[in-house]
Write a protein that binds this ligand. Structure first.
Ligand code: ZN
Length: 280
């Protein structure tokens, strides 16, 4: 089995300080939480940014500040900036700001879905525009699929030459409105992507750890972090992203599965080696 690529979804758009005091909000907090997660073994950090009131924003300067803080700390972690914004509350143009920063990865939500009480709208023309822009800027899409139909949406764009191999899927399970977080669903999705594609799974709240553990056993990859789940165990808040990453690292090692470094993940995902990408 390939080594495990761990993504840490640092802050997301929704957990508030009222829900957990541990969610990072300011660019400094987001960057230091990302660095801690990287030190524990995350090869990828998935980043959203918040405004001064803690609300999600797609502000380009804020994204840039987080990126600069992480890079100036000497980290080689792979940056995955969110194009999702506030899932149904952010304008399409704003959502593309993340791509303009030029991260190695950006999330690519491959279709529309009910998202709790909202609708996360990703119409075909927007997906095409976003895929085109990512291709032009050399940003690899992390194809987020909330249900199986989104795999087909992405593959149509791949056939049109807008998404390149190796495809990198993130299955998002257990969201109210999307596919449920069950073993059967995960297996079905993993078997529905083209040969040679890589997949990772993230799941909401109490489903996070069981789905991550299944991915470890199945040869997939895993995303953890406070964006998807603020608890370490029932009734006990996770104190940091690093704590969640450290647990996955321990479990994977106990299962005999090594942890991919950022450079190993780059090679697996077909990203350019750091020396060529001009990264410090
Ligand atoms: Zn996200």
């Amino acid at each position: 089995m390939d080594r495990l690529i761990i993504s840490a979804a640092i802050t997301g758009s929704w957990p508030t300080r009222q829900q957990t005091p541990y969610v990072p909000i300011t660019p400094q907090e987001i960057a230091s939480s990302a660095l801690e997660a990287w030190r524990e073994g995350a090869a990828i950090v998935h980043i959203h940014v918040r405004d001064d009131d803690g609300r999600v924003t797609c502000d380009r300067d804020r994204y840039q500040r987080v990126v600069d803080l992480i890079r100036s700390a000497g980290s080689d972690v792979i940056l995955n900036l969110s194009t999702g914004g506030g899932a149904g509350t952010t304008g399409f143009d704003d959502r593309l700001n993340a791509i303009l920063i030029g991260p190695e990865l950006a999330s690519f939500d491959a279709g529309s879905v009910n998202f709790g009480d909202r609708v996360f709208v990703n119409p075909p023309d927007f997906l095409e525009r976003m895929a085109r822009m990512m291709k032009e800027k050399g940003v690899k899409p992390e194809i987020e699929c909330f249900e199986t139909g989104m795999i087909s949406n992405a593959m149509r764009l791949a056939e049109a030459g807008l998404i390149d191999q190796p495809y990198w899927f993130q299955f998002v399970l257990g969201l109210r409105g999307g596919a449920p977080a069950t073993a059967k669903q995960l297996l079905h999705m993993a078997e529905s992507i083209p040969p040679g594609a890589l997949w990772s799974v993230c799941a909401i709240a109490r489903h996070q750890l069981p789905m991550n553990v299944m991915a470890i056993a199945m040869g997939g990859h895993a995303r953890t972090g406070l964006e998807d789940n603020i608890y370490y165990s029932r009734g006990e808040l996770a104190r940091s992203n690093a704590q969640l990453v450290a647990r996955l690292v321990r479990i994977a090692r106990e299962c005999g599965r090594g942890i991919a470094t950022p450079d190993e993940a780059r090679a697996m995902l077909g990203l350019r080696p750091r020396a060529e990408s001009g990264m410090a």
